[in-house]
Design a protein around this ligand. Sequence first.
Ligand SMILES: Nc1ncnc2c1ncn2[C@@H]1O[C@H](COP(=O)(O)OP(=O)(O)O)[C@@H](O)[C@H]1O
Ligand SMILES: [Mg+2]
Length: 378
Amino acid sequence: MIHPGFSEPRTKEEWRAYLAAIAHPPRMPAMPAWAAYQAMDDAEREIFNEARDDYHSAFIILRTPPMDRIHAQITKKLKLNKGAPAGARPGIVIDGPPTVGKSTLVKTFAADYEMGLRRKYPERFDPVGPDYIPVVYISVPAGATPKMLSAAIAEYMNLELPRAGATSTEITTLVLKALRKCGTQLFIIDDIHFLDVSVKDGRLANDHLKNLANFCAATFVYTGVEVLKSGLFLEGRSPIGSLPAHTSDGHTERATQTSGRFTLFQLDRFKIDTLEAAREWALVIKSMEEELGLFKHKPGSLDWEYLHDRTGGSINSLSILIREAALDAVATGSERITKKIMNQIVLPRASEESYRNKRKRRRNPPPTQTAEGEAEAI
Ligand SMILES: Nc1ncnc2c1ncn2[C@@H]1O[C@H](COP(=O)(O)OP(=O)(O)O)[C@@H](O)[C@H]1O
Ligand SMILES: [Mg+2]
């Protein structure tokens, strides 16, 4: 478990600060015996509870089963790519709806990876030697053009642009040259759906990505929302191509270079529709409960079905709900998370909406199958 640190590092210095934050995760304040807690005077208790609030506010990143599975796949690709030349290296795309933990997953992987390199090869990280940047993490700004992507990489690597108003080609050349020198092995492009693929049918953006991969001997990992439908994987409305696919409106589309080289993994909200899935969800909840600094909360005591209803299986909403409930459990002195506490917490809009709909469906259940059949027959 690690500290989330700040969200999206934009420079290698910020990335290194993120690594440092991970090396020093927030610690749960030492929990005294219940009697000792009760014997505290007001001032002492206030300080102790404030420390617990800070801890609950920071909380931790859980190694969830889906995260472990995708991490294992990225590890395999990195191993596979070790001896492969640049350009031909297969990459990974992690696709999923917003706030399911895609950025957290890739950053955690990249942090583990770089920490491993730092342990194994400390000499490579010698501050007086050439700058070694094994991990590049780029969070794509909304509506980014290929030029903006190159500029973001230049900013991450702390490169000085040749001149104000430099062209896309100039910035890209600069970036590619630097990438060759600094030994980048893992190149993460987070939120790739923000890359504007509408520019000249998306070809420009796709060519740009291909160019990066051709010149940089790193393994590329992209994350995004609905990337399969984006121009990254299909070049829209092109009449020619080796891998034609037909869209519902009859236009021919061509699979892009990206689709040929990247393996797609899906990261979704947690589901509880099978026993195995429900177990996984319950396990995630239990591991969150285990991190709570509360006197009377028993891990495993929370109702996983209720929590799924409330959060729609979103780890983001679950984390908010449990952390906010922990603050309330300290403030009210209940020292355990209860349904009453959780019922009073308002979650992000999407979760609240899905909860309302679920409750509505429960109050007015759809007709049973036979009843439905009969209804249709009428
Ligand atoms: N493994 C995790 N453990 C705990 N909380 C998590 C985890 N993954 C995501 N979260 C929570 O969900 C929030 C959104 O995650 P994020 O990675 O930004 O999602 P995405 O990139 O898919 O939009 C995070 O800020 C964090 O609070
Ligand atoms: Mg993200």
